[in-house]
Design a protein around this ligand. Sequence first.
Ligand SMILES: *[C@@H]1O[C@H](CO)[C@@H](O)[C@H](O)[C@H]1NC(C)=O
Ligand SMILES: *[C@@H]1O[C@H](CO)[C@@H](O)[C@H](O)[C@H]1NC(C)=O
Ligand SMILES: *[C@@H]1O[C@H](CO)[C@@H](O)[C@H](O)[C@H]1NC(C)=O
Ligand SMILES: *[C@@H]1O[C@H](CO)[C@@H](O)[C@H](O)[C@H]1NC(C)=O
Ligand SMILES: *[C@@H]1O[C@H](CO)[C@@H](O)[C@H](O)[C@H]1NC(C)=O
Ligand SMILES: *[C@@H]1O[C@H](CO)[C@@H](O)[C@H](O)[C@H]1NC(C)=O
Ligand SMILES: *[C@@H]1O[C@H](CO)[C@@H](O)[C@H](O)[C@H]1NC(C)=O
Ligand SMILES: *[C@@H]1O[C@H](CO)[C@@H](O)[C@H](O)[C@H]1NC(C)=O
Ligand SMILES: *[C@@H]1O[C@H](CO)[C@@H](O)[C@H](O)[C@H]1NC(C)=O
Ligand SMILES: *[C@@H]1O[C@H](CO)[C@@H](O)[C@H](O)[C@H]1NC(C)=O
Ligand SMILES: *[C@@H]1O[C@H](CO)[C@@H](O)[C@H](O)[C@H]1NC(C)=O
Length: 744
Amino acid sequence: MITNNHIFPSLISLVLLLNAIHAVNTGPNALVLNCGSSNSVKDADGRTWDPDAKYLSVGGNSTTAKAETQDPSLPSDVPYMSARIFLSETTYQFPLQNSTSRTLLRLHFYPSSYPNLNISNSYFSVVAGGVTLLNNFSASLAAEALSQAYFIKEYYMPPSEFTILNVTLKPSDKQPQSFAFLNGIEVISTPTLFDEDPILAGSAGNDFDTSVTIPIDTSSMETMFRLNVGGQYIAPVNDSGGLMRSWYDDSLYIYGAGQGVALQANTTINYKGLPSYMAPIDVYGSYRSMGAFVDVNRISNLTWIFQVDPNFMYLLRFHWCDSEMTKTNQRVFDVFINNKTAASEVDLFAWTQSTATPTKKDYVVQINNNKTNNNTEAQLWVALHPTDKTKAEFSDVLLNGLEIFKLSDKSKSNLAGPNPTISDMMKKYQEAQLAPKAFETNNPNKSNSSTSFSVIITGAAGGAAAIGVAAAIFLFTFTRQKRNPNGDAVSTWLPISWNSNSTTIKSSPSGRSQGGTTSISTDAACNCRYFNLSEIKNATKNFDESNVIGVGGFGKVYKGVIDGDTKVAIKRSNPSSEQGVNEFQTEIEMLSRLRHRHLVSLIGFCEDNGEMILVYDYMGQGTLREHLYKGNKITLSWKQRLEICIGAARGLHYLHTGAKYTIIHRDVKTTNILLDDKWVAKVSDFGLSKTGPNMNQGHVSTVVKGSFGYLDPEYFRRQQLTEKSDVYSFGVVLFEVLCARMTP
Ligand SMILES: *[C@@H]1O[C@H](CO)[C@@H](O)[C@H](O)[C@H]1NC(C)=O
Ligand SMILES: *[C@@H]1O[C@H](CO)[C@@H](O)[C@H](O)[C@H]1NC(C)=O
Ligand SMILES: *[C@@H]1O[C@H](CO)[C@@H](O)[C@H](O)[C@H]1NC(C)=O
Ligand SMILES: *[C@@H]1O[C@H](CO)[C@@H](O)[C@H](O)[C@H]1NC(C)=O
Ligand SMILES: *[C@@H]1O[C@H](CO)[C@@H](O)[C@H](O)[C@H]1NC(C)=O
Ligand SMILES: *[C@@H]1O[C@H](CO)[C@@H](O)[C@H](O)[C@H]1NC(C)=O
Ligand SMILES: *[C@@H]1O[C@H](CO)[C@@H](O)[C@H](O)[C@H]1NC(C)=O
Ligand SMILES: *[C@@H]1O[C@H](CO)[C@@H](O)[C@H](O)[C@H]1NC(C)=O
Ligand SMILES: *[C@@H]1O[C@H](CO)[C@@H](O)[C@H](O)[C@H]1NC(C)=O
Ligand SMILES: *[C@@H]1O[C@H](CO)[C@@H](O)[C@H](O)[C@H]1NC(C)=O
Ligand SMILES: *[C@@H]1O[C@H](CO)[C@@H](O)[C@H](O)[C@H]1NC(C)=O
């Protein structure tokens, strides 16, 4: 399943922008169908979706329906707002344009409420060309597990001798009142994307002659992940070859603190020999490598982790383009998949015999169930490690793009896995939580080379001693007496993070405010200052890009000056996100009531003209993280470190016990501890409680947030949040403060 957790707000604005620019066509060999619609309609990208009725074979039993609510996260009402409902087994028959190549089949699902139907009862199977794609499938469970309102399933069907592709939907007969449904279908005839048999991971090292290859010509495939490594989201309209694929940012899948560095090639990249439909050129122009600290690289892996269904083979396609190395044996690395060597001594210059030449390589790996605990989900690890043996000039690794496909099982006729369960759901959340880094990596003012390098803290055993020290300091600074009168561990809370670019927040339709106007209570409004838009424009030189100090899914943060000389940070929310309205309101309501030396303070807000703007104290020294990891910043003394930790602990303690309600921060990490000019630590970016009348209960149960590495494992497993989760995360911060920074 392709996840698009983290891009909704920016996607919407980009889509709107693009709509204004040009209309897009997929090419002649494509059917793009809006199920249940009676005429051709355009989506927000300007793509035309045709009615599906003429492809239905006779004898089925289907009706059309309109969704009753439009979730704000939908990128476009086409194809999601209309659906075809299948009450009994029904077949679509699609003519195949070119049966000698693979056919890409994309299914769009929006499990919303449809008139006279209960979406929870919908269990069905989908069989295409004799291959079971989905079985006993519940789109609403899948959406819940992904925490998304809609999702897309994508398949590559093998070349077939038939000129018709039959796609059959069948409601489950085990479930009463069951039905099947579909919102959109794309059937695209692809060029030869899979031109080589993939190598079995573990079968050989760098010796391709003796390695085992697995023929995949007759296998069907499901796309699981498609990543523009080290780069940004690439929308379907910007894909190459008219294949309308989405390419996602890889940072959510990186394991551990060793994020490496995301870089852009400094030269223009051309496809050279590679067919352009393999991947958009932007995939080859951006990459992730380990960074400049050779001694650290030598003992580290750059690792990505993916959750997959067990008992299938997976095809991994690595996209590479080394734009820096000009000789052999400069950057040489090993590729491991699930701890098996897929390739050793990969030297891209040696492979391609030139600089900046895009290339791709396919590997397969079998992922089995862990027999001991019978997991329904398994992990797929991809790790890159600089080769020691060849004594290469630079100890570094490189990856530009990664695609992961599930291959149909041995009988070649099944691709379906089980419905996600609650424990799988928690893992999905974990994926979604792996440090949302848009704030740091998208910052245009920071140089790439040192932006997100961090020292890897992996070994649990080696770290144990340090954790002991951290815990000791922690107990010392954090007096755990509670001032909460009734002594409840968990009080009323609503975990909304206003800074979240994470769209793990799935808003329920009832929670949407109408028309984008906010209702700030008079109490809150009195506590902070109201700005009008012209004051804000003056302060930021009309939102001049040179004043941008941070960017995220929510919008941009500008540096500004008010009242002649007071420096402020101005956060301008993206007005297109409905969720933003709630968060804006919550933020003002809560922050206007919270005042503490160690919390970032809100100066005021502006809601003129549909804008949602918040004005904060300016934090002259930036984030704690920058001072721990960045080469170009002043190194903190041990005394300063201790003071910062004590300050942050006091801020958190106030959140937990000082206010009327227990407030659990839920995202304590070094990027959320800011430092002012005098190095006073201030906690920022709260998950806040809310007491207003329009509290949307829907959020409480679905939103789980935090950052990987900082997240309390108990919270994860039991989904019960207490302030102890913050204590755990703060322990990780202490650990970082103690040992992450290497003295220069
Ligand atoms: C279609 O299914 C519905 C519900 O099962 C049933 O009432 C109706 O008679 C069926 N129509 C046809 C043409 O089979
Ligand atoms: C839909 O079905 C589920 C279980 O099948 C049930 O719990 C729920 O109450 C139903 N919803 C409605 C609106 O009938
Ligand atoms: C597709 O389905 C039709 C009827 O449902 C059947 O006659 C035909 O043989 C099927 N074609 C293929 C290629 O399976
Ligand atoms: C069908 O696909 C094959 C392989 O991609 C290609 O060589 C051939 O030209 C295509 N034929 C047509 C009619 O598009
Ligand atoms: C497609 O790429 C162009 C040029 O890079 C960019 O301006 C546009 O926003 C992109 N479209 C989408 C929908 O991302
Ligand atoms: C590319 O790199 C070279 C040397 O590494 C440098 O001199 C040049 O300024 C860079 N060009 C750009 C556009 O960054
Ligand atoms: C790979 O090895 C690491 C450490 O030895 C282990 O924690 C991890 O579970 C292994 N991964 C798989 C998929 O076997
Ligand atoms: C890197 O990954 C490989 C394979 O999973 C493992 O054998 C090796 O120990 C790892 N190295 C480090 C430094 O973690
Ligand atoms: C399988 O699960 C058990 C229990 O969780 C664990 O101890 C074992 O290491 C796992 N084996 C593999 C190969 O991951
Ligand atoms: C493991 O899974 C199989 C098939 O899903 C099931 O029959 C069996 O009861 C499970 N065993 C345990 C110990 O959960
Ligand atoms: C279908 O999936 C649901 C939810 O995962 C599960 O509870 C049920 O047992 C499954 N039914 C069959 C027949 O496999």
